[in-house]
Write a protein that binds this ligand. Structure first.
Ligand code: FAD
Length: 832
């Protein structure tokens, strides 16, 4: 070894022996940069697997066939690294221990060891050692976890195994709805599998805030993924040819293949055994130059704990970008310690595509700020990703977290079909640059109609934040119960998805109808996306009212309906009787392009166009508003049109409607003579058997093609409670006491008779399971799949002190008007 310091340019010690453990992201990046800095260095990469420098991030896409050529995933091979960089790459070679005193790594040739060769182990000396061992997928010690059908995805071999197993599997259960889990769920649907996705958290993409993650959950359901949230995996057991996964709730999922993607554990074992200092969860502690507690040993990538830029606190961020950049810092510091710049820490920039949607984040989320007790303000806007009049305009929701002290940007999240990456990257840059909301408002971003808007959504969210800081906008994240609600949407929208108890005054009429609003009351203005309600709140405030606006609007807040409707159900809402035929030649279909129109624009255009349709004539509508899928369904049902189909593709919703050929074939749902196939079930009782009977009837009615609404009131609401306590602020003692005393969720409901302190309930569950009868979670899941609406009575919720966040996902909230409207069009109306 040449330990003498030589100065070649600004490179010192060029002939060092550098040994790198792990040859993928951080390891390969350190190796390549090391060679660029020193032609004289002796660089050895030790890699346990057969491949180096492969594209882990591309693995899901090969499984789903989106990447067709496997060889494209091998960015470099051992041979190409040797040829291009003169690096010695030892694959199938595991580093088993480090002797820091003698500066040697003990390595095992795995092929030789497999043959029982005694000389499989040897020592490799180093001057500088780099640890880049990555992180391994978590595999919790659950009953049945060793079943060979439970696979994880980390490398090309895992990928091959999953692809081969998927070829003969009809059903796939993906566990974990993080980034990799969602990519896997999408790719499995792509190759036609029946996909179930189970996630222990109450939302998909747990690092994101719920309102940004909700559209992703909606799109998963819309694409046919059976999604279970708030339900962790408990055990696996073979059953016949299949594998049955049991979730904590007791729900059982029968599957042929499980992809486990519940997170990763940093590979800190070698470092720990060598006595290096460790951080949380076994991560390797490093300084700014990625040096471990031993100055001759560096570490980078998924295995290390570096710092969060915002708080300066240690943080493990297992992502590809940081791993690659850290590898470069390591090589720089080894060869140019005087000139090397430290790794500055991360802001946590991440993005994922889920079918047509992308969701991304940078910096801190609202829930993280809340958990850390840091002061923040949130602003949320929905706007188009480029000029609304240019083809392909689709909405994008951007949420910004900022500091009330100095306006500094703290984080952002975005969701939409297009343009999410650009906005998240802009905000990541703003975070790194320490920019404020005033900077965002005035950022000069590239603009021409195909790319953006003269006022980009990043500017708009900056404006919204400035308005909040300046007291011009008082956004509220949830509907304040003490405020009267003013709905400023067009009446058509307000009728389709009413807000219980709201006064409806469309915004254009507001100034002339202020007299209808009680000045003594505080008001909250609402609209679909939070923009018109802001305008309305300004009108009210300037007229002397106490008014706030629902930030993000009803769509984002989920107050009336999910933002993306389930659109896979192909059955028309009002099927035309086959005996009815058009009286004469049918006029050709009318095409309507509503792309780039924000809600309620598409619906108003559809209303106008549908009025001009001849009997039997079709209307084909394309809209970029994701909520249009649900709106058009409600429109067709309440106006007597047939909905022939709704499809989503590339962020667009395509719907086909038809005016019935026979004027008497269909009548609007609200009409007294509507075809009464549907059912309305009031679930008043909170007992297992009664809830079960209600679900059986609801599922049956839905299966017969009827629209079914279950209206949960008083004790019945217990069936929809989450099974675990949800922290809710501002509850009175009495409300809390109710919460403790009432059963939480389906699993806790008593039997109406013979309950015997819960023993009867357990016996009944056992009896039903042994006779293969459906259980309550299964019935509830089936009801959701067939589109049964679950409406919870808000008055009863108030009476019992239950808050919306304590209920399972996917329920709607309504009052007696909602019940009466459903009952009016139902053939069956039950009170259980
Ligand atoms: P790795 O890339 O895991 O490499 C570590 C290597 O070290 C492994 O090959 C391992 O075999 C080897 N090794 C470990 N111990 C030893 C030993 N004792 N001896 C010899 N060799 C050893 N990140 C993103 O930013 N965006 C994405 O879209 C994205 N998608 C992903 C999709 C998948 C399916 C996966 C698995 C990861 C994805 N990631 C993504 C994460 C990203 O790939 C990782 O953050 C990155 O690869 C980490 O790099 P690393 O060098 O620390 O570890």
């Amino acid at each position: 070894m040449n330990s003498e310091k030589q100065n070649l340019g600004n490179v010192i010690n060029p002939a060092l022996r550098v040994v790198i453990i792990g040859g993928v992201a951080a390891g390969a990046s350190a190796a390549a940069r090391a060679r660029r800095l020193s032609e004289a260095a002796q660089i050895t990469v030790l890699e346990r697997g057969p491949d180096v420098s492969f594209a882990n991030c591309g693995l899901p896409y090969y499984i789903g066939g989106e990447i067709a050529d496997r060889s494209r995933l091998a960015v470099q091979t051992p041979a190409s690294l040797a040829r291009l960089l003169n690096i010695e790459v030892l694959t199938r070679t595991e580093a088993v221990s480090i002797d820091r005193a003698r500066k040697v790594v003990v390595v095992r040739d795995l092929a030789a060891a497999g043959r029982g060769d005694a000389s499989a182990e040897r020592e490799v000396p180093y001057d500088k050692l780099v640890l880049a061992p990555g992180a391994s997928p978590l595999r919790p010690p659950l009953p049945g976890i060793d079943d060979p059908r439970i696979l994880t995805l980390r490398n090309l071999q895992d990928m091959d195994r999953i692809k081969a197993a998927a070829a003969s599997a009809a059903r796939v259960l993906v566990i974990g709805a993080g980034f990799i889990g969602l990519e896997m769920a999408e790719q499995m649907r792509r190759i036609g599998k029946t996909v179930t996705l189970a996630e222990a958290a109450e939302q998909v993409l747990p690092p994101l805030d719920p309102e940004i993650a909700a559209p992703v959950a909606d799109v998963l359901r819309a694409e046919g993924v059976d999604l279970f949230l708030g339900d962790a995996i408990a055990a696996f057991a073979p059953e016949g040819d299949a594998l049955v996964a049991s979730l904590k709730s007791g729900r059982k999922i029968t599957t042929d293949l499980v992809v486990l993607s519940i997170g990763v554990r940093p590979e800190g074992g070698l470092a720990a055994a060598a006595g290096l200092e460790l951080g949380a969860r076994g991560t390797i502690k490093v300084d700014g130059f990625m040096r471990t507690s031993d100055p001759d040993i560096y570490a980078g990538g998924d295995a290390v704990e570096s710092v969060d830029r915002f708080s300066g606190a240690p943080m493990n961020l297992p992502l590809g970008g940081p791993a690659n950049r850290q590898g470069r810092v390591i090589a720089d510091h080894i060869f140019r310690p005087g000139a090397a710049r430290p790794y500055p820490g991360h802001v946590g920039t991440a993005i994922v595509r889920v079918f047509d949607l992308a969701a991304g984040m940078a910096g801190w989320s609202e829930k993280r700020l809340v958990a850390a007790g840091r002061p923040y303000r949130a602003s949320i806007v929905t706007d188009f990703q480029h000029a609304s009049y240019f083809p392909g305009a689709v909405p994008l929701t951007l949420k910004l977290l900022w500091s009330p002290d100095d306006g500094r940007v703290l984080g952002a999240q975005a969701v939409g079909a297009d343009g999410v990456d650009k906005r998240i990257d802009v905000i990541a840059t703003a975070l790194i640059g320490g920019l404020t909301i005033d900077d965002l408002a005035q950022l000069e971003l590239s603009y021409a109609p195909p790319f953006g808007s003269a006022r980009d959504v990043v500017n708009t969210v900056g404006f919204a934040a400035q308005n909040t800081r300046d007291g011009l906008l008082n956004p509220v994240a949830t509907m304040p119960p003490e405020r009267a609600v003013l709905d400023v949407r067009p009446p058509e929208m307000a009728k389709l998805s009413p807000v219980p108890g709201a006064v409806v005054i469309p915004f254009p009429e507001l100034r002339g109808r202020l007299g209808e609003l009680d000045r003594a009351k505080p008001w909250v203005a609402v609209c679909a996306l939070g923009k018109t309600s802001y305008f309305a709140a300004r009108v009210l405030a300037q007229a002397g009212y106490d008014a706030v606006s629902l930030a993000g609007g009803l769509r984002v807040r989920g107050e009336v309906a999910p933002s993306v409707a389930p659109v896979k159900a192909p059955a028309p809402a009002n099927p035309l009787p086959t005996s009815v035929s058009a009286p004469g030649p049918v006029a050709s279909p009318v095409e309507l392009d509503c792309c780039g129109m924000a809600c309620p624009g598409p619906l108003l255009r559809v209303k106008a166009a549908s009025e001009a349709l001849a009997p039997g004539q079709e209307l084909a509508v394309t809209a970029s508003d994701p909520g249009f899928a649900r709106d058009v369904d409600a429109f067709a049902r309440s106006n007597g049109f047939e909905l022939l189909g709704v499809e989503r593709a590339k962020g667009l919703v395509k719907a086909r409607l038809r005016r019935p050929a026979n004027a008497f074939a269909l009548v609007p749902e609200a009409g007294a003579t509507a075809r009464r196939k549907g059912a309305t079930v009031v679930v008043f009782s909170g007992e297992m058997d009664k809830v079960m009977a209600s679900l059986v009837i609801a599922n049956g009615a839905a299966a017969m093609g009827g629209a079914v609404t279950m209206f949960f009131t008083f004790w019945g609401i217990n069936a929809l409670r989450r099974e675990h306590a949800v922290p809710v602020a501002d509850k009175t003692l009495l409300d809390r006491m109710f919460g403790w005393m009432l059963p939480r969720g389906l699993g806790a409901l008593p039997l109406s008779q013979m309950n015997f302190g819960g023993a009867g309930r357990r016996m009944m569950k056992y009896q039903m399971a042994s006779k293969n009868l459906p259980n309550l979670p299964g019935l509830l899941g089936a009801a959701r799949l067939v589109g049964v609406r679950m409406v919870v009575c808000t008055m009863s919720m108030d009476a019992m002190g239950i808050r919306a966040e304590e209920l399972i996902d996917g329920v709607e909230f309504g009052g007696v008007a909602d019940y009466l409207a459903s009952a009016e069009t139902s053939g069956t109306n039950l009170f259980v």
